[in-house]
Design a protein around this ligand. Structure first.
Ligand code: CMC
Length: 436
């Protein structure tokens, strides 16, 4: 970051001396006012619940221009990456800063593919869960549990450990997600096959059985790979910030990523894809397209507590570019599977059309986000609804680990320790029991 000539002057109406605050510029995007010395200079904190105006770190990984509807990974537009690269190329890019050349690409693909197997003990650990446990509960446990299996990559301050942990996490997440699914449905786990692509391998571990050969459908393989690319990173969102905060204490990478998985689960974040599909199914069950108008009235009525899931975003105030790509993939997958007339897809398109023309949504700049169509694609592929967020976690793991490693390598990194505006009782004495 670069110090700019411009300075912010903070003055007070009560006559207290004003304070000069430095301003830094990044390469693109808003400048930041450096308030690190504010408390020492004024005895005051800043107040910004939800981080509406706070840059919590500097980062060179992902850039979002919410007004333009632009998403860049290391400077490359998501549209180009989604059409010209595969997920592992994108992983390389996010982790290392540049796209791999041919040799680097082959080496990296080989490295990841050769780490897909998990310690055999993992399946006994998995067995401790109820079969009806939510996959995100299982995944939080399994990912956290990795720190008990891979002791040679748990020192977050050791760059080599961080690198091995990154490869292990990216490689093993599909295996763990597929194991969680197989456990739930009572089928045998499928060991990974190293000759398959990352996405192809996952499809086979999910839907193959030891009884017959599994043939990977290239259209579904490409669709899944695209879902992975679109979810790979998204700058300082809730789960990424959770990973950074958790990792800032010096905990091991597996524990920090498990914290990210737990945060992602919520319906305002990664859980929105599951919530969105449940919403579409409910509208469909209550009468389908004919009931869309009625449902939208409920969404606009604040007292109903109903939200249009898969709509709205803290940063995108134009259009989520991932939603466009996902809609394209949705068309491809449904055509491939002969589901062009899928009623949920028709319903989703109708909802989108109404919302884009409705004042409530237009005024609030609410557009479809990535989750609006990703559920329909996943459901068509055969992924059960409650595993959608697990797929998101699998894909986001690379972003979390890239952000975590960036933080640890940053000389300015400190343990995260937000402050507060205290509104509780000042000091008081404990009354005796008969006086309470
Ligand atoms: N349906 C109806 N109204 C909405 C919606 C929605 N989906 N999203 C926002 N609003 C309204 C909100 O009620 C508020 O209205 P008002 O100004 O009258 O009070 C206004 O729009 C601004 O919303 P906000 O809650 O202040 O916006 P936020 O930036 O804090 O929240 C959000 C962003 C994503 C949490 C929210 O839009 C939301 O809950 N969307 C549905 C869940 C969802 O799809 N989440 C996935 C996000 S993308 C994937 C990911 O990052 O995980």
């Amino acid at each position: 970051m670069k110090l700019v000539d411009n300075k912010a002057i903070l003055s007070f109406s009560n006559g207290a001396p004003s304070v000069e605050l430095p301003i830094y510029a990044g390469s693109i995007g808003p400048d930041v006012i450096d308030i690190r010395k504010l408390y020492a200079q004024t005895g005051m904190f800043t107040y910004d619940p939800g981080f509406l105006s706070t840059a919590s770190c500097q980062s060179a990984i992902t850039y979002i221009d919410g007004d333009k509807g632009e998403l860049l990974y290391r400077g490359y537009p998501i549209e180009q990456l989604a059409t010209s690269c595969d997920y592992l190329d994108v992983c390389y890019l996010l982790l290392k800063g540049e796209l791999p050349n041919e040799r680097q690409r082959n080496d990296f693909h080989k490295l990841v593919i050769n780490h897909t197997m998990v310690n055999e003990q993992m399946q006994f650990f998995l067995r401790g869960f109820r079969r009806d446990a939510h996959p995100m509960a299982v995944l939080t446990g399994l990912v956290g549990g990795m720190s008990a299996f891979y002791h040679d990559s748990t020192d977050i301050n050791n760059p080599e450990h961080r690198e091995i942990a990154a490869i292990r996490l990216i490689a093993k997440m599909p295996t763990l997600v597929a194991m969680a699914y197989k456990y739930k449905i009572g089928q045998p786990y499928m060991y990974p096959q190293n000759h398959l692509s990352y996405a192809g391998n996952f499809l086979r571990m999910m839907f193959g059985t030891p009884c017959e050969e599994y043939k990977v459908n290239p259209v579904l393989e490409r669709a899944l790979d695209r879902i992975f690319i679109l979810h790979a990173d998204h700058e300082q969102n809730a789960s990424t910030s959770t990973v950074r905060l958790c990792g800032s204490s010096g905990t091991n990478p597996f524990a920090a990523i498990a914290a990210g998985v737990a945060c992602l689960w919520g319906p305002s974040h990664g859980g929105a894809n599951e919530a969105c599909l449940n919403m579409l199914e409910e509208i469909q069950a209550s009468g389908g397209v004919a009931k869309v108008g009625e449902f939208m009235e409920k969404v606009k009525d604040k007292s109903s507590g109903v939200k249009l899931m898969g709509f709205g975003h803290r940063v995108y105030k134009n259009y989520d570019p991932r939603a466009k790509l996902m809609q394209e993939t949705c068309n491809e997958v449904l055509t491939e599977l002969g589901l062009e007339n899928d009623p949920l897809f028709a319903l989703a398109k109708k909802l989108e059309q109404i919302a884009l023309e409705d004042d409530y949504f237009v005024q609030r700049k609410l557009y479809p986000n990535v989750d609006f169509y990703s559920g329909i694609v996943q459901r068509a592929i055969g992924i059960p609804v409650n595993l959608f967020t697990g797929i998101f976690a699998l894909a986001r793991t690379v972003g979390w680990i890239a952000q975590l490693n960036e933080m640890i390598s940053d000389p300015e990194y400190k343990i995260g320790r937000p402050r507060q505006l205290f509104t509780g009782s000042p000091r008081r004495d404990v009354p005796p029991l008969d006086k309470r």
